[in-house]
Design a protein around this ligand. Structure first.
Ligand code: ADP
Ligand code: MG
Length: 141
């Protein structure tokens, strides 16, 4: 079973992210898929709001690979696998110990590039671009 949501603006995608955040807590994992510019970071900005993290603080960790935001009631752990060279590279950086950390909410952009790093249970969220619209597919695995 899954859900399909359509948004027509970045603000709506953020609002959806915030709503998703309300259903997540320490140990939760949200895996995001979608092309460059699909709105993954935009959704994480919204999710961060639920945890009291300002949208300006949430940026694509494409170069940093990982960013941690102090949030309430728990930190938000923001990953981006885009520039990782695969599973071994991720493990060498200790990311395998970070994704799914029990004390925080993990959110992963480009999760499909290293599926071995994604623990279960997980929420998968796939964003598809259609002009200014985004069709967002959500399912649990
Ligand atoms: N419906 C929408 N949802 C999300 N972003 C949208 C939407 N319509 C336009 N945009 C724009 O698309 C871009 C999405 O960027 P970003 O969230 O950084 O993507 P990603 O992290 O997937 O590469 C932003 O510039 C945003 O303003
Ligand atoms: Mg991004």
């Amino acid at each position: 079973m899954g859900w399909i949501v359509e948004t027509t603006s970045a603000d709506e995608t953020m609002a959806f992210g915030k709503m998703l955040g309300a259903g997540l807590g320490p140990g939760s994992v949200l895996a995001l898929r979608g092309d460059l510019g699909a709105g993954k970071t935009c959704l994480v900005k919204g999710l961060g709001q639920h945890f009291g993290v300002g949208p300006a603080e949430v940026t694509s960790p494409t170069y940093a690979l990982f960013q941690e935001y102090e949030g309430k009631p728990c930190p938000v752990l923001h990953f981006d696998f885009y520039r990782l060279d695969g599973f071994e590279h991720a493990c060498a950086l200790g990311l395998d110990e970070m994704v799914g950390r029990v004390d925080g909410v993990s959110v992963v952009e480009w999760a499909e590039l290293i599926p071995e790093l994604i623990p279960r249970p997980v929420w998968y969220c796939c964003l598809q671009v259609d002009g200014a619209r985004r069709r967002i597919y959500l399912h649990r695995a």
